[in-house]
Structures are given as structure tokens and as C-alpha cells.
Design a protein around this ligand. Structure first.
Ligand code: HEM
Length: 251
């Protein structure tokens, strides 16, 4: 019994020293990266060689995540449209669509919420369609494979963008956009139906000017009976109060 206890104590001691000792940092990294399915850390120079020529494989990075896109050589191979993304992180160009060498950038600060969400969609696309093979040391990850301050900031901006989109979607559901058409003689007409604004519902609502909080401008929204007295809702001139359709004249 005592023998077992001693063995266990010794083993525990040995493992904790082994695991914490700095010489074994690379083993910890190996365990960490396998656990996170991020097998390798790439320097920018190393990643450049994965272009289908110096190395046979074709890799690209997005938000610091490296993917093997060799199976998509018809898009990424030498001379193909999206070869510009290969061997580097060109995250910004996934959004601005600039494919010249001098425009390539991994800097995405300044993108608006919609653009950030679009970038995150690309990330999801690569995670689904291709194999992630590692992380790129640079803007997003340091040489331990941990997120840099920049990387954390970007992830927090993406999170905020999802939150803002959630709020926007909820507002759109509660106050659906009107249908709008323009006729050269009769002018603009706005109207509501039980699917206007792409929001299917069991009520129709009436067209009103809807001011979002803190905004001076309005959009046309279909407002339900219960919400007609809210402070941020105004009637259109020359439109009957209960009409589901209003001509606005030549505006
Ligand atoms: C910001 C602009 C754009 C970016 C960043 C972009 C990026 C990409 C990427 C990365 C692929 C390869 C996807 C894969 O690995 O399967 C792709 C494919 C493709 N893109 Fe674009 N693209 C852009 C604009 C456009 C435009 C404007 C068109 C059409 C006029 C277009 C048409 C296509 C087509 C047809 C494919 C091939 C789809 C397939 O074979 O499955 N792209 N795009």
C-alpha cells in the first residue's frame, strides 16, 4: 500500500516538474497545438513557400489561421484568380476585393460591422471546406500561438458586430421595412403587406416614418396597432391614418 502511495507521489511530482520545466515548453506547445487542432506555427517567410511551386502544397492565412487549399488549385494555383491570397494573410482583400500585389494587407481595423461579419463568414467557409494546418505568427498570433492584443481586439469587434446584427434583426422583425415603388407620374409609394421587408408575419401594419434611437433620419416601417403611439414614430403627410398604402409624391 505504502509502495503504491510512494510510486504515485513520485509520478505526480515527476510529471509536474516535467510539464512545468521550461526546457519542455516545446512539448507543451506540441500538446497544446494538437489539442487545438492547430498543428504548426508558421513564420510569414515559411508561409510564403507554400505556394504550389517552392512547396507543392498551397496554403493561405485568414485572420492568422493557416489553411491548406491545395485541393482548390483551380482557384489558388499559379495564374489563377485567387492566387493573390496564397502564402500570406490577405484578410483585408477578402473584403475590399483589391487583388493587386501592392494592395495586399492583413490589417482589418476600420472595417465596419457588416464587413467584419463577412470576413468571419469567409473564416467559417475555410474551416468547413479546407483543413486548418496552423497559425501564422504576426498580427493575430505571437510565437507561442497565443492571440496578440490585436488578435483579441479583432475577435472582440467581430463579437460586437454579431451582437449589433442581432439587435438590428430584432428591430427589423418588430418594425419591418415597407415595400417601396416609384412611378414617374404618381411618384413614390410605400405600402405594407404581411411579408413586406422579407418579414413573414400574421399582421400587416401601416406605413410610418421610423426613427431609430439617436438617429435624425428615418426609414419607412410597417407599424402594428400596439406601437402606433411610440415617440420615435411619425405619420406621413397626406396619408390616411389607417391606410396600408401611401403615395409620398415625387420624393
Ligand atoms: C471581394 C471580392 C471577392 C472575393 C474576395 C472572392 C473570393 C473568392 C474565393 C476565395 C474563391 C474560391 C473559393 C474556394 O476556395 O472554393 C472564389 C470563387 C469564385 N468566385 Fe469569387 N471573390 C470575389 C468576387 C467575385 C465576383 C465579383 C465574382 C463574379 C462576378 C466571383 C465569382 C467567383 C466564382 C464563379 C467562383 C468559383 C466558385 C466555384 O467554383 O465553386 N467572385 N471567390
Amino acid at each position: 500500500m505504502l509502495k503504491y502511495f510512494c510510486y504515485t507521489a513520485f509520478l505526480t511530482f515527476f510529471i509536474s516538474v516535467f510539464y512545468n520545466y521550461s526546457y519542455f515548453d516545446y512539448i507543451k506547445k506540441y500538446i497544446y497545438y494538437n489539442k487545438n487542432n492547430s498543428k504548426k506555427l508558421f513564420s510569414p517567410e515559411e508561409l510564403r513557400s507554400y505556394n504550389g511551386e517552392i512547396k507543392q502544397e498551397i496554403y493561405l492565412a485568414l485572420l492568422g489561421n493557416v489553411f491548406d487549399v491545395t485541393k482548390g488549385a483551380q482557384h489558388y494555383g499559379s495564374g489563377q484568380t485567387y492566387n493573390v491570397f496564397v502564402g500570406r494573410d490577405a484578410s483585408r482583400n477578402f473584403i475590399d476585393g483589391k487583388f493587386n500585389d501592392e494592395d495586399i494587407s492583413d490589417d482589418i481595423i476600420g472595417l465596419d460591422d457588416k464587413e467584419l461579419l463577412s470576413l468571419d463568414k469567409w473564416l467559417k467557409f475555410y474551416k468547413k471546406e479546407y483543413k486548418k494546418v496552423g497559425l501564422l505568427i504576426g498580427k493575430h498570433y505571437d510565437d507561442n500561438g497565443s492571440l496578440t492584443q490585436y488578435g483579441k481586439e479583432v475577435r472582440s469587434l467581430i463579437k460586437k458586430a454579431y451582437k449589433a446584427q442581432g439587435i438590428e434583426d430584432a428591430l427589423k422583425k418588430k418594425y419591418p421595412p415597407c415595400n417601396i415603388e416609384y412611378d414617374a407620374i404618381k411618384g413614390s409609394r410605400v405600402w405594407c403587406s404581411n411579408r413586406s421587408g422579407g418579414i413573414e408575419r400574421d399582421w400587416i401594419g401601416v406605413p410610418r416614418q421610423f426613427y431609430e434611437t439617436g438617429s435624425q433620419s428615418y426609414r419607412c416601417a410597417c407599424i402594428s396597432k400596439e406601437d402606433l403611439n411610440l415617440g420615435n414614430i411619425k405619420e406621413y403627410e397626406n396619408c390616411q391614418l389607417n391606410s396600408i398604402s401611401c403615395y409620398l409624391g415625387n420624393v
